[in-house]
Design a protein around this ligand. Structure first.
Ligand code: DP6
Length: 334
């Protein structure tokens, strides 16, 4: 890792990152402050959804400032941002505060990993703006400090986050490129309002569930099945493992103390329908993050039929569509 003179490199950079949808989910930490997860996870980046984040280190600022879609962010997001910026300041040996402006083209706080995309873009842009010559693994580790799943939005395509032993060894890498398999995510938005209990609080509660230890213990087996299904482009095997993994994560949330019930009636209707649609020949599987919205992972030829059926079944507030996407990238430096 080289430290270059930030005066020569310029103090501002803008990066784009995509959110990701987990096939094998991250739920629970071994270390809350470093976001060291209890289990490894696998996800796919969502190329049509974007967070664009500009970071400017400036001597005119007396504190870090974060805005998301032009609105000044709250304490929680601010603290997570500072964890990344403090780390960068220390490594680049600069003491300047930063203005961070993030613009998203999809709804935030609804279980559509907006923080993953936002913190991945922030880490990528801030490293560049500070003139640090970090590789993808180092940027992934940094993004993890803002939001665990953000480390998976730094590399492209199908991505695996190794739980690792420590801060140094817990990061994500691409296991297959976006070109490997043309999958889509049809996101059935049942609720646009921010969720009541965010993932951060959910991770803290995970260990209060008597089921978490078995879920974690079984995770290497699920990761292996998922990797193999992606490698062989075996949709049926992928569908079975991602639905099982989603159900297992929600079994933890429901049996935590206090319990977290993320599903709404529409989520359950889709969970009943989707396996049936598969028996009728559609290549589709459901997975649900920490919110009621349902991600329908599918092959391109089935996208229109799936949208039609989901609309008739649950009358969603909105449907978002995304193909698989690439890594975080720099769009502008100044
Ligand atoms: C359910 O702590 O990374 O999406 O709340 O977006 O910061 P944010 O999430 P994070 O937890 C993500 C949990 C999950 C599962 C997953 O993406 O693996």
């Amino acid at each position: 890792m080289n430290t270059k003179d930030p005066f020569l490199m310029g103090y501002s950079a803008t990066a784009v990152a995509h959110p990701n949808i987990a096939f094998i989910k991250y739920w629970g930490n071994r270390d809350e402050s470093l976001n060291l997860p209890s289990n490894g996870s696998i996800s796919m980046n969502l190329g049509d959804l974007r967070a664009q984040t500009k970071v400017t280190f400036s001597s005119e600022l007396s504190e870090d400032v974060l805005s998301i879609n032009h609105i000044i962010a709250g304490h929680n997001a601010h603290q997570r941002m500072s964890a990344i910026l403090d780390n960068i300041r220390q490594k680049a040996k600069i003491s300047l505060y930063a203005r961070v402006e993030s613009i998203l083209n999809f709804p935030t706080g609804t279980g559509i990993a907006s923080s993953a995309a936002g913190f991945a873009a922030l880490a990528k842009a801030a490293v560049h703006a500070a003139g640090l010559d970090f590789n993808e693994i180092e940027i992934s580790r940094l993004a993890r400090l803002g939001s665990g799943s953000a480390c998976r939005s730094v590399p492209g395509g199908f991505v695996e986050w190794q739980k690792g032993e420590s801060d140094n060894t817990s990061y994500a890498t691409s296991i297959f490129s976006a070109e490997h398999w043309d999958l889509y995510d049809v996101i059935i938005v049942l609720q646009k309002t921010p969720k009541k209990v965010g993932s951060k609080a959910g991770h803290i509660l995970a260990n209060t569930s008597p089921l978490q230890a078995s879920r974690v213990q079984d995770s290497s087996r699920r990761l292996e099945i998922c990797r193999k299904a992606i490698k062989e482009r075996d949709f049926s095997s992928l569908a079975n493992i991602i639905e099982l993994d989603s159900n297992m994560m929600h079994a933890i949330t429901m049996t935590s103390n206090p319990p977290l019930l993320y599903w709404e009636a529409g989520s359950l209707e889709l969970m009943h329908a989707v396996p049936k649609w598969r028996t009728e020949g559609l290549h589709v599987a459901y997975t649900i993050d920490a919110g009621p919205n349902v991600h329908l992972i599918c092959q391109p030829e089935d996208v229109n039929e799936i949208k039609k059926r989901a609309t008739a079944l649950v009358n969603p507030q909105e449907i978002l569509l995304s193909t698989i996407g690439g890594p975080a990238y720099i769009v502008r430096t100044k």
